[in-house]
Design a protein around this ligand. Structure first.
Ligand code: F6R
Length: 227
């Protein structure tokens, strides 16, 4: 899964060296980032002109916090490849004015010319970024109350469930869908929700289901059986 995804990223950067990559965190893309680090070290991919835009960040965690997505990205990718720090963009989970921070992010994405290729994982409840199941799709970057299922799933990274932030900032569905290419990664334990997202109704109750309307969606999954 990671090798295939890495090949698509390499191809994207070869075609357009100054690509804007939308990035996800969590367990699923770890192998992808490892692979990109190796390929960069071996001179197979050059990040010097690439910009990155992350999907989401926990509210209340500083970038130095080990469970922040800023820290994750620095540790797993940015510090290990030849990307320019100024070209890596994340939401500020410590922003005092959340509305302004969300607007800043949307303007930033616009001013960069949009996202060329967006990497997505999928939550057990069908979330993408931190767009949790809801009655409606949310368009732009916003502050979301994390679903109980997400808090429980992500508590594996924290000492206890009580330490998991209750709120996060996330890119909205419109911004994700405006990306020119989407790559949705799912490992074997996401098989049930992936099947629901790809073959069930398109509904904000399963946010990832909207991806099937995208004209350039690539789903890469590890699966025990064919889905
Ligand atoms: C994180 C993100 C989330 C994760 C999802 C799956 O930036 O966008 O949607 O992709 O929660 O997480 P893992 O891969 O840890 O199962």
């Amino acid at each position: 899964m990671s090798c295939i995804a890495a090949d698509f990223i390499i191809e994207q950067i070869r075609e357009k060296p100054a690509s804007n990559l939308g990035l996800a965190t969590g367990s699923t893309p770890l192998g992808l980032y490892e692979r990109l680090v190796d390929l960069n070290r071996n001179g197979k991919v050059d990040f010097s002109k690439v910009s990155t835009i992350n999907l989401d960040e926990y509210c209340g965690l500083a970038p130095e916090h080990k469970q922040s997505y800023g820290y994750y990205m620095d540790t797993n990718l940015f510090s290990k490849v030849n990307i320019k720090k100024k070209n890596t963009h994340l939401l500020n989970g410590l922003a005092s004015d959340i509305d302004a921070e969300c607007k800043r992010y949307d303007h930033l994405i616009d001013s960069l010319g949009g996202i060329d290729l967006q990497i997505l994982g999928i939550g057990f409840n069908g979330h993408i970024g931190f767009n949790e199941p809801s009655d409606e799709f949310v368009r732009n970057t916003y502050c979301v109350k994390l679903a109980r299922k997400t808090i429980t799933a992500n508590s594996r990274f924290f000492n206890s469930v009580s330490q998991v932030p209750r709120f996060a900032l996330t890119m909205g569905i419109y911004t994700i869908m405006m990306s020119r290419k989407l790559i949705l990664l799912a490992d074997a334990n996401k098989q049930d929700i992936l099947t629901k997202a790809l073959y069930g109704s398109i509904t904000p109750k399963v946010p990832a289901s909207i991806c099937s309307l995208h004209q350039n969606l690539m789903v890469i999954c590890c699966s025990g059986k064919q889905i």
